[in-house]
Design a protein around this ligand. Structure first.
Ligand code: SAM
Ligand code: SF4
Length: 351
């Protein structure tokens, strides 16, 4: 069973915080890029011996998938269908300004069954601070349009820990999300990334553990249970698959894949990717790196850590943490009751 990630490297504009691989020009390359995606997909399905029904979930991310017309996705979906498990989760990210009703209906007709909107905030001043291309009203309309288009599983992304976030406003944002017909919420603490406009104005970030706890509590009060440090509600099976350390194919110029111990990186430059979609730089992970990743991912989410993967000394430290109430034990695994402490706990466990 494998997961499939498809990367769309186009955005209508660049947000002030974002360092994701995406272009706000080169739109004339969209068709050629989508054709290259299909070629890479065909080759990788063969290369990794993916059989009928082997793909558990698909996630189309970006960049901005809603900058691409559904008709351009069609050949990829045609290629994909035989390989999808029955009932596979197929998510696409979408931006409120470009996910029109007709785009949503087009993606639904192709088989997409989950939408994740980059809302970031329901306050226009904060949207402006973040450099977003939409207003709060556009986000509300987009979620409602998705519901009307027949999507049952809708998620919104919010960003918090900006200089405009007060306790009241954080609670209000989550309450506003909850009023919409959503089944899932991602709330990310702002990260100041290198090379972004925010790098030059780091004061836009105002973090505190109290604020993070407020976000978690507000989501819980809205009936959206936390299942990962930034994720709440009906779990995204695709992301849970990553945390369970399932193999994944990564299709696209900004995509990464991992099969067994090998991590694959296609060409990151758009033109080079289109020229040669079959190229992969391969990084081989060591057993120690894999163990470390499994521990970090497992403790940030309710996936937990299977005790069978832990060498004796780490197992000892895990039991010590359990004795102190910092980890819970269940069915041969260790589970983290407080995801905000996950990195500290993981580091202690690793020794
Ligand atoms: C692949 S990105 C963008 C998807 C889509 N283009 C959008 O903007 O909605 C997925 C999410 O990551 C989050 N994100 C991106 N950069 C971030 C940063 N520097 N700090 C916190 N969250 C970030 C945003 O919430 C965003 O919606
Ligand atoms: S947050 Fe989304 S829309 Fe904004 S630049 Fe990043 S990928 Fe593009």
């Amino acid at each position: 069973m494998t997961l499939l990630y498809i990367h769309i490297p186009f955005c209508d504009s660049k947000c002030h915080y974002c360092s994701f691989n995406s272009y706000v020009d080169k739109f004339e390359l969209k068709s050629a890029y989508m054709e290259a995606l299909k070629l890479q997909l065909q080759a990788d399905l063969g290369r990794f011996e993916i059989g009928p029904g082997d793909i558990l979930s698909v996630f189309i991310g970006g960049g901005t998938p809603s900058t691409i017309d559904p008709a351009l996705y069609e050949p990829i979906f045609k290629e994909l269908w035989p390989y999808l498990q029955k009932g596979a989760e197929i998510t696409t990210e979408a931006n409120p300004n470009s996910a029109t009703s007709s785009w949503l209906c087009g993606m639904k007709a192709l088989g997409v069954n989950r939408i994740s909107f980059g809302v970031q905030s329901f306050f226009d001043d904060k949207l402006k601070l973040l450099g977003r291309a939409h207003r709060a009203k556009d986000a509300i309309d987009a979620v409602e349009n998705a519901k009307n288009a027949g999507f049952e599983r809708i998620s919104v992304d919010l960003i918090y820990a900006t200089s405009l976030d007060t306790p009241k406003r954080v609670e209000a944002e989550i309450a506003m999300a909850h009023k919409l017909p959503i089944t899932h919420l991602s709330a990310y603490e702002l990260i100041i990334e290198e090379g972004t406009p925010f790098e030059k104005s780091p004061n836009v970030k105002k973090e505190s553990i109290e604020q993070s706890r407020r976000v978690i509590q507000s989501a819980k009060d809205a009936g959206l249970e936390q299942y990962e440090i930034s994720n709440f509600g009906d779990p995204c099976r695709h992301n849970v698959g990553y945390w369970e350390y399932r193999p994944y194919l990564g299709i696209g110029s900004g995509a990464v894949g991992r099969i067994e111990k090998e991590r694959h990186y296609p060409h990151g430059i758009l033109e080079e990717y289109i020229e040669n979609p079959h190229f992969k730089k391969i990084e081989t992970l060591t057993d120690e790196e894999i163990l470390e990743e499994k521990i970090f991912l497992g403790l940030r989410s309710d996936v937990g850590v299977d005790e069978k993967i832990l060498p004796a000394q780490m197992l000892q430290r895990a039991y010590l943490l359990a004795k102190e109430g910092k980890l819970r034990t269940r069915e041969g695994g260790f589970y983290n009751p407080d995801y905000l402490l996950s990195d500290e706990i993981a580091l202690f466990m690793l020794g």
